[in-house]
Design a protein around this ligand. Structure first.
Ligand code: ADP
Ligand code: MG
Length: 686
């Protein structure tokens, strides 16, 4: 149960004064639904207000504060703006422009002939100066109440920074003093303020680095503590030791030798599975590094040990692909594999369920359907989760909680994640890396081209297709809207159809899964030559004959995403090419990022460099990283804060694993505050 102390913070945002239906919408768009969300909606910058006595054109574009006298009003007919013409003491004129308000209100705010201190952003409008919606119009006597520095917040339409600042002030007023969860020596070493003080300070002065750091630290600390607790909990439960004797693995007829990285990883997994503590292991390996073989070996260890194994894929089509691969590889071993997806109904499904229950099925491959209520295993010993960036801590825990004897867990991801972020997202897991590619792989050639050369690209595509090869064409990411993504993809598909007719297929995120699968199957069977896609091209889909990928507006993609998309090609059909089309006005950073793509095929290096290049400002949890992990800590801060938080959380858990002492109790508050409380309920003593 959440401590009562936190209730004021978890109250609906509509409980704040002045938040009615009109504000609720824009707040919702920013996902600010509770008081705490507003408190944690931190300013990203600030303006310094210039004190002036004279209007000057060279101040245009800046925020000024200046005494002005109202000279006359210009009220437009209908819904037009109301303007106050106001003069400085030299008689220079500025128009104060108000849209949408009643002129009566404006006249009351700034009566004719009176002098007020006016603040806002000065602009030139035609030959005149203007301030649109001044943010302050104060009696001169109140000049001192005008702060020199004002916070700027991330906004959505219908909100102003000033309004958000006022809401934040209310939120802080309601915020309780919280017990201190940070180790005292750490607190004094960094000179961090107490929680509530930090909150007040950052909203008052967005440049306050100590306050910002403290709040970010809290979030990272809560994250690390939660993961440690989850890990402790999972480890405390008794699973089943599975030792393979190698008899099934020996029967495999592999056309190649495992790479060193594969052998090492399989060894690590074998060691884990031989323990009664359930394995919690993350396998990171770039696209094409051979994760499937590792999964297969782990599954065989489970079967050799007398248990069953399950392989979970994120999509229907990937599940089918894995099923086909495993069936082929396991032919002649006597191991039974079955598939189960949402699409299987009736007798097929019944048959699989029976086989699982009586143990005649050794390995089950499928989508989430394999963990539905009705699915009962005789003895599930291992779960392998493939390509699951959509598979968060909560799901991982549920999986473990469901079984009477928790199965060993292997999570495989091809998304290159920098080390620091791995600790944040998968901190409860041990990590193996496949950092070596199978031999003989020809590196993908990456070329960056201006989008002005589109015609040449299409000519190249024509040559590629007439040589009997296939290609992907990925369309740009347009803002955050799926709708406009789709429009762009549809337009591109149409344009390509003018030239290539029905060789062009289109797949996008708004299609139903069945439709998507059908198009992918068309492409896999080479009935389509070009697959135009929004970013939904299924991760892991294997079409070796597709050796060209064109990515439009590549500069708008995250590097990890570009790298993943590029991994669709280079799957064994000879030389592959990735064409990155770029706009013409690129920032230095965009240039550097695309150059890095051209230069490197190493997902891990790309991830680390991308983190460095993007630097601060951009929070995690954007499209690139898949799931939002932090809202206060920037990637830049993580490098510093994560190791500290990890050590601090470890120390606390070592001393007080039940979080019973005063610091432990305070740490519980932090877990609830950041909604990382999944771990708390599971504390043995709590
Ligand atoms: P991913 O890590 O992307 O899932 P896969 O497991 O699909 O990679 O492997 C990619 C390709 O490499 C497959 O065609 C697979 O058969 C092949 N492969 C895997 N391991 C080796 C190896 N040790 N030597 C040669 N080829 C391999
Ligand atoms: Mg794979």
């Amino acid at each position: 149960m959440r401590p009562e102390l936190l209730n004021p913070l978890f109250a609906e945002v509509t409980s704040l004064k002045g938040v009615g239906p009109a504000l609720a919408k824009p707040l919702e768009r920013l996902k600010l639904s509770r008081v705490a969300d507003v408190a944690f909606h931190l300013p990203t910058g600030w303006v310094d207000r210039l004190k002036r006595n004279e209007l000057m054109e060279q101040d245009a574009g800046r925020v000024i504060a200046i005494p002005l006298t109202a000279v006359d009003y210009r009220v437009s007919a209908g819904r037009g703006p109301t303007r106050v013409r106001a003069a400085d003491k030299h008689g220079n004129i500025v128009n104060l422009t108000y849209f949408g308000g009643s002129s009566g209100w404006v006249k009351k705010l700034f009566p004719l002939g009176e002098t007020r201190l006016v603040s806002g952003k000065l602009e030139t409008y035609g030959q005149e100066l203007q301030i649109v919606h001044p943010d302050h119009v104060l009696p001169e006597a109140e000049a001192d109440s005008l702060p020199e520095r004002e916070a700027i917040y991330p906004l959505s339409e219908g909100l102003t920074s000033r309004r958000v600042g006022q809401l934040a002030a209310q939120a802080i007023e309601r915020a309780p003093d919280l017990p201190e969860w940070i180790e005292p020596s750490l607190l004094s070493k960094h000179q961090w303020p107490a929680w509530k003080e930090a909150l007040a300070r950052i909203h008052a002065d967005p440049a306050d680095a100590k306050a910002r750091e403290r709040l970010a630290y809290d979030e990272v600390f809560a994250n690390q503590l939660a993961l440690l607790l989850v890990r402790g909990e999972a480890r405390a439960r008794k699973g089943r030791a599975l030792t393979g004797d190698g008899r099934l693995r020996a029967k495999l007829d592999l056309p190649y030798k495992p790479t060193g990285a594969q052998s090492r990883t399989i060894g690590e997994i074998e060691g884990d599975m031989a323990q009664t503590q359930p394995m919690l292991r993350l396998l990171q390996g770039d696209v094409g590094s051979g994760k499937t073989l590792v999964a297969l070996m782990a599954l065989l260890i489970a079967v050799e040990g007398g248990a069953q194994g399950a392989l979970l894929a994120p999509t229907e089509i990937l599940a089918r692909q894995h099923y086909a691969t495993l069936q082929r590889q396991l032919a002649g071993t006597g191991v039974t594999v079955a598939a189960l997806t949402g699409r299987d109904k009736g007798r097929v499904r019944e048959g699989v369920l029976m086989g699982l229950a009586d143990g005649s099925i050794d390995i089950l491959v499928g989508t989430h359907a394999i963990f539905q209520e009705a699915v009962a295993y005789r003895d599930l010993g291992l779960v392998v989760v493939d390509e699951q960036h959509r598979f968060g801590v909560a799901q991982r825990m549920m999986l473990q909680a469901k079984a009477a004897r928790p199965p060993h867990l292997l999570v495989m991801t091809a998304t290159p994640i920098p080390r620091t972020l791995t600790l944040a997202q998968y901190g409860e897991m041990d990590v193996s890396r496949l950092d070596e590619m199978p031999p003989g792989r020809e590196p993908i050639e990456t070329v960056v081209m201006s989008e002005d050369k589109l015609d040449a690209v299409v000519d190249g595509l024509a040559r590629h297709l007439s040589a009997g090869k296939q290609a992907y064409w990925v369309c740009p990411l347009v803002e955050e809207s799926e709708k406009s993504d789709l429009a762009a993809a549809e337009a591109r598909a149409e344009a390509l159809r003018q030239r290539f007719g029905d060789k062009v297929a289109l797949v996008h995120g708004r299609m139903k899964p069945l439709e998507k699968d059908a198009v992918m199957a068309e492409f896999a069977a080479a009935r389509a030559g070009v697959l135009v896609a929004t970013t939904v091209i299924e991760v892991g889909v294997d079409v070796p004959n597709a050796t060209l990928i064109v990515i439009e507006a590549a500069d708008r993609f995250g590097l990890a995403q570009l790298h993943q998309l590029r991994g669709r090609v280079g799957r064994g059909g000879g030389k592959s090419v990735c064409l990155l089309l770029r706009g013409n006005s690129l920032s230095e950073t965009s240039r550097a990022r695309l150059a890095l793509m051209r230069e490197s095929n190493d997902g891990f290096r790309i991830a680390e460099e991308d983190l460095r290049l993007r630097g601060g400002g951009e929070l995690l949890g954007t499209r690139q990283s898949g799931e939002a992990v932090f809202r206060l800590a920037t990637p830049e801060m993580l490098g510093e804060l994560l190791p500290v938080a990890n050590a601090d959380a470890r120390l606390l858990v070592d001393r007080d694993g039940g979080l019973e002492g005063p610091r432990g109790q305070a740490a519980r508050v932090a877990l609830y505050l950041f909604e990382r409380d999944a771990g708390v309920g599971r504390l043995r003593s709590g």
